[in-house]
Unconditional design. Structure first.
Length: 247
């Protein structure tokens, strides 16, 4: 009973993010073609490459207009056009970006369209991009743009986790804890949260600390619980900070 109550709380507080906005592809602004010089000069160079049929340059132009700054005016609509052209011509990172854009929409510019988000994530996931696999897994987990299918969600989370995606590592743990798409197994939930926590996932640190505190999936260990709550609190987690105060 203690285990069941614990993981009901965990699923509410620290479960799978409905909107997965933590990814590495956004940080890599121009991975395909030109990566030096001022951005305003990049636009002209990239446009020349696009004219020559370089679809990777379409993705880079989409990123320029999506992010804006450094002399380039942000233009989401123009970014989407470039992303679509790139995605339709074999650039899976562009499909992934479109999935993210349509997942949440852009205030004042574009409404969220969950079915389109699902379709773009699915296209990117075919290229085995772990971020796309993880987010497509969440589409199936929450029924976002597609019917709920926990088996598919778990399969996609597992594939992304095996590639080192820490959001997916966290989510695999949630699936094991909740018994969604896989037989419930608190020990495996603990192991996946430990992996994600060691890789820097803050909410996984909190879940791991709770496992140690309550003795679920692992022997009770108050010192380890304190250590992981402290790690999470130092990274800004409010729940973990409050736990330290009341211990």
């Amino acid at each position: 009973m203690r285990s069941k109550n614990l993981f009901n709380v965990l699923l509410k507080l620290f479960g799978i993010d409905k909107h997965n906005d933590k990814d590495s592809l956004h940080d890599n602004k121009f991975p395909h073609s030109v990566s030096t010089g001022k951005h305003q000069d990049l636009v002209k160079n990239l446009e020349l490459l696009v004219d020559e049929g370089n679809y990777a340059a379409c993705y880079d132009l989409g990123q320029l207009y999506y992010l804006g700054g450094d002399g380039v005016e942000k233009d989401i609509r123009k970014a989407i056009l470039y992303f679509i052209k790139a995605a339709d011509n074999g650039i899976p990172e562009a499909a992934y970006q479109l999935g993210k854009i349509y997942e949440t929409g852009v205030e004042g510019v574009l409404a969220a369209e969950q079915r389109l988000s699902f379709e773009w994530y699915a296209q990117a996931a075919e290229a085995c991009i772990p971020e796309a696999e993880n987010n497509l897994g969440s589409c199936y987990f929450f029924g976002r743009g597609v019917d709920v299918d926990y088996d598919k969600a778990f399969c996609l989370y597992s594939s992304a986790a095996k590639k080192g995606n820490i959001e997916a590592e966290m989510n695999v743990g949630i699936c094991y804890a909740a018994g969604r798409g896989v037989e419930q197994d608190y020990t495996l939930a603990y192991r996946w949260w430990k992996k994600a926590a060691e890789n820097g996932h803050v909410k996984a640190m909190v879940n791991l600390a709770t496992c140690y505190e309550m003795g679920v999936g692992i022997a009770q260990n108050k010192l380890e619980a304190y250590r992981w709550y402290k790690n999470a609190a130092e990274l800004g987690d409010v729940f973990a900070a409050n736990k330290l105060i009341h211990q």
